[in-house]
Design a protein around this ligand. Structure first.
Ligand SMILES: NC(=O)c1ccc[n+]([C@@H]2O[C@H](COP(=O)([O-])OP(=O)(O)OC[C@H]3O[C@@H](n4cnc5c(N)ncnc54)[C@H](O)[C@@H]3O)[C@@H](O)[C@H]2O)c1
Length: 273
């Protein structure tokens, strides 16, 4: 009872720099290109050190060389997040190289189409291994070294909430699973001071979109129609990787310190199109 009274009477905390991430250490998976790269860049520009992971070691080398021109330290972590044996070494290398780990951005993902009438079991396994198991086990390894005030951002998808078009059923199911994990992680790790949120892209211009736009399941005339509908969203344009990056960094700031278990769509209103 005394404790409750103390809480009710205490002055509310007022972070002096609510949008500051300077001095934090962020680990971004799938950071060689696209949303992951843009996120790593935004963290660095805001003064955070960043460990950047990617399965494409050559692309990661190029990305890290560019990112090192920004300022704060950058550590390269080439690894497949779908390989659970890589998680502990990734976390250990981050802590050894950059001192601590405050933010994990689970961005690495693969989104190959999976026609429901011609399912490829190996592809479905791969989608779940990378997008779900990788994210789940890496997060569990990360929280072991995280202190109160840390946070995790899971990059999900509009497609897990409202498929904008057909053909990606298994991929969309992986993102539905990610949203479910975001909620469970939030209630489990919240009492340890660790917040967990999702950022859901919808129709973002990245290299990875080629997995869909160049797939035989989507011939040019169908792709034109899909693009027409994508542009017909309230904000009238496709998204950029940086649209996501800024929101992901925000979710890791003290300004978002009372937000957990949420999935924030970053889709220009595509949900309503
Ligand atoms: N672009 C969009 O419109 C869109 C929409 C919804 C969701 N997303 C999600 O956003 C995230 C990033 O997508 P993007 O568009 O930037 O894709 P992208 O393909 O441009 O970049 C993804 C990066 O992740 C890396 N990667 C893939 N598998 C990996 C693995 N097993 N281990 C480590 N790295 C791996 C790739 O090499 C690549 O560099 C994904 O989770 C994706 O599902 C994107």
């Amino acid at each position: 009872m005394a404790e409750t009274t103390d809480l009710l009477n205490a002055a509310p905390p007022r972070p002096p720099l609510p949008f500051d991430v300077a001095g934090k250490v962020a680990l971004v998976t799938g950071g060689a290109r696209g949303i992951g790269y843009a996120t790593a860049r935004r963290f660095l520009e805001a003064g955070a050190a960043v460990a950047v992971n990617d399965v494409d070691a050559a692309a990661l080398d190029v990305a890290v060389a560019e990112l090192r021109t920004v300022g704060p330290p950058v550590l390269a972590l080439p690894a497949d997040v779908g390989d659970l044996t890589q998680h502990r070494p990734m976390i250990d290398r981050t802590v050894a190289g950059l001192g601590h780990l405050d933010v994990l951005v689970n961005n690495a993902g693969t989104f190959q189409p999976t026609p429901l009438d011609a399912l490829d079991p190996a592809l479905v396994d791969q989608l779940f291994t990378v997008n779900v198991k990788g994210l789940l086990f890496l997060s569990a390894a990360a929280v072991e070294v995280m202190s109160p005030g840390s946070s995790i951002v899971n990059v999900s998808s509009l497609g897990g909430v409202r498929p904008p078009f057909g053909g990606l059923a298994a991929y969309h199911a992986t993102k539905g699973a990610v949203d479910s994990l975001t909620r469970d992680m939030a209630i489990t790790w919240g009492p340890r001071g660790i917040r967990v949120n999702g950022a859901g892209p919808g129709g973002i211009l990245t290299e990875g979109r080629g997995q869909v736009t160049e797939h035989p399941l989507f011939p040019p005339e169908m792709m034109t129609e899909i693009m027409r509908r994508a542009m017909d969203r309230p904000l009238g344009r496709m998204g950029y990787a940086d649209d996501l990056a800024m929101v992901i960094v925000f979710l890791a700031t003290p300004a978002a310190g009372f937000i957990t278990g949420q999935h924030l769509l970053v889709d220009g209103g595509y949900y309503y199109a």
